[in-house]
Design a protein around this ligand. Structure first.
Ligand SMILES: [Zn+2]
Length: 109
């Protein structure tokens, strides 16, 4: 089993995002494309849908927020928000937007 690991800061805690070449991760009895293990501060993302890994990562990150902040989101809400967040980050360079904003403010002075 091959794994690639990325490190994330979420709500001030260190998390690992582990990308496996497995097709499923198992949470109890059901196989899934991804899983958040809150007690280990690990996210697992499978290789079953390579083009979907970014969206799945956002989905699992939202499960972390849901758990840590007691948001009581439904799975459907996590699914919609995860997809929306991934599309936002894919379609926009947030740091470039913020840098551009800084330059405009600088020019007006
Ligand atoms: Zn989920």
């Amino acid at each position: 089993m091959n794994e690639r690991v990325a490190f994330l800061h979420i709500l001030g805690k260190d998390w690992q995002a582990i990308f496996t070449d497995d097709d499923y991760v198992y949470d109890g009895k059901d196989g899934a494309d991804g899983m958040a293990q809150h007690w280990l501060q690990k996210l697992q993302i499978t290789a079953r849908h390579p083009q979907e890994q970014g969206r799945i990562l956002c989905h699992e990150i939202l499960h972390v927020y849901d758990e840590e902040l007691n948001m009581e989101l439904t799975e459907h809400q996590v699914e919609l928000l995860g997809t929306a967040l991934y599309q936002l980050l894919s379609d926009n360079d947030i740091y470039a937007i913020l840098n551009g904003l800084t330059e405009l403010q600088g020019n007006s002075e």
